[in-house]
Structures are given as structure tokens and as C-alpha cells.
Design a protein around this ligand. Structure first.
Ligand code: GTB
Length: 218
């Protein structure tokens, strides 16, 4: 059985590769492993069959002959372990790559998500501007620290790893916010990740889903 993941049939990101199947697709492409995608509607997220795979009713999920998984980070790590290129063979470098994955999802992503949710939901509130400025600052602190870490390096810990994949996937949510532009080192880092052929293949694959749904008038 080829590994099968789930993704939105009609993603609210309109093909920009911001939904969380993107990192999983990218990981498959980096290690050169073929995969299938089962597209799900928003209604299907609540169906018992989907909840059995993803207790929170979300995408992505992962299934192969041996294991069913949820949580994009766990899936990316599982995919990374099945091929070369994302997890260093040196045990210490491998542990550091995994640490950077966790840094991406538990240290860098929360302020970014909080800021995007506020932009989406709170725009009409009288306190929106003041709060947005506070949330911008929280994101900027993380970007400044990442700039310091990267300095003149291409990647977070010498060679490109699963840590960079997850970090770039998280940082991409800042496109359009103007915040990346204020941190050229991080902006260039994101661009380096997006320029990787594996990223490009994954991006086009998820965009094809949006384009097909748009053609169908979904
Ligand atoms: N921690 C989980 C993981 O990493 O797998 C989070 C999974 C998650 O948030 N999935 C979202 C989902 O299924 C889709 S990706 N939501 C449905 C629900 O909760 O009911 C998050 C996402 C969606 C849309 C955009 N966008 O439009 O830009 C960006 C990110």
C-alpha cells in the first residue's frame, strides 16, 4: 500500500500551500517517496471514519500498511525516517534537526497563528490595531532570533533538514503580512526553502487540487 494522506478537497488557502498537508507533501518529495492523496470535504472531517484517524477532525492524516498517524509534524518525521535527505545520520545532528522541528511548531508558530487568527476574526474590533501591533511585535521577536541564528548560514544547523522544512512551512504563513520583509535574512531563508525542487513539486501538486476544484466550480 502506498502511503495515503488526506488534504482538503477545497482548501481555504486557495492553492497557496498554507494548509498543513503542504509540509507532508514536501517531505515525501524530499525523500523521493510516492504517495496518494485522499481529498476530504469539511463535512467529512466530522465523520466517524475520519475522527478515528484524526481525533480533532482535521487534515492531514497518514496511513500505510503499518501505521495510521495524525499531526503534520509527526507525519513529516515519519516520512523523513523512510528515506535520505531530511534526517542526518549523525545522532546528535539528528536530535538537533528534531529540536528545530519542535521549535517551528511550538515556539515560532503560535504567535504567527495568533496573529493570522486576529487578522481574520478581529478586524472590526475597536482594539484591533493596538492588539495587532502587540502580536506583530511577538512575531518580530521570533524573526529577529531566527535571523541571529541563521546569520550567514543557509540552514538552521548546517545541512538542510526536517527542521528547516518545518520552519519554512511555518514561516510561509507570514507571506503578505509585510513582516518577513523586515527580516531579510529570514525572508531569504524562506525563499531558499521554496526554491527547492521538492518544494516546487509539492506546491504544484496541492495547487492542482485547488485549480481542479475551481474548474469544477466548487
Ligand atoms: N496540529 C495539527 C497538525 O499540524 O496536523 C493542526 C491541523 C490543522 O490545523 N488542520 C487544519 C484543519 O483541518 C487545516 S490546516 N482545520 C479544519 C478544522 O479544524 O475544522 C490549517 C490551515 C487552514 C487554512 C489555511 N489558510 O487558508 O491559509 C492555513 C492553515
Amino acid at each position: 500500500m502506498r502511503p495515503t494522506i488526506t488534504a482538503f478537497k477545497t482548501s481555504p488557502d486557495r492553492g497557496h500551500g498554507l494548509a498543513r498537508d503542504m509540509a507532508v507533501r514536501w517531505a515525501f518529495e524530499e525523500v523521493g517517496l510516492a504517495y496518494d492523496v485522499r481529498l476530504v470535504t469539511f463535512d467529512a472531517l466530522n465523520a466517524p471514519e475520519h475522527r478515528a484517524l484524526q481525533p480533532f477532525g482535521q487534515i492531514p492524516t497518514y496511513e500505510d500498511a503499518a501505521v495510521a498517524l495524525f499531526e503534520s509534524g509527526a507525519i513529516v518525521l515519519h516520512v523523513a525516517a523512510q528515506g535520505a535527505g531530511l534526517l542526518p545520520s549523525d545522532p546528535a545532528a539528528r536530535a538537533r534537526a528534531i529540536a528545530w522541528m519542535f521549535a517551528a511548531v511550538s515556539t515560532v508558530e503560535p504567535p504567527i497563528v495568533e496573529r493570522s487568527m486576529a487578522s481574520l476574526l478581529d478586524r472590526d474590533q475597536p482594539w484591533f490595531e493596538a492588539r495587532q501591533s502587540l502580536l506583530d511585535t511577538r512575531v518580530q521577536v521570533r524573526l529577529a532570533d531566527l535571523s541571529t541564528r541563521l546569520a550567514d548560514d543557509d540552514w538552521l544547523d548546517s545541512a538542510f533538514s526536517v527542521g528547516d522544512l518545518m520552519m519554512v512551512a511555518v514561516l510561509r504563513r507570514l507571506h503578505g503580512s509585510g513582516l518577513l520583509e523586515e527580516h531579510p535574512t529570514v525572508q531569504a531563508y524562506v525563499a531558499r526553502g521554496e526554491a527547492r525542487p521538492a518544494f516546487q513539486r509539492a506546491f504544484l501538486a496541492q495547487k492542482a487540487v485547488f485549480d481542479a476544484a475551481a474548474m469544477d466550480g466548487a
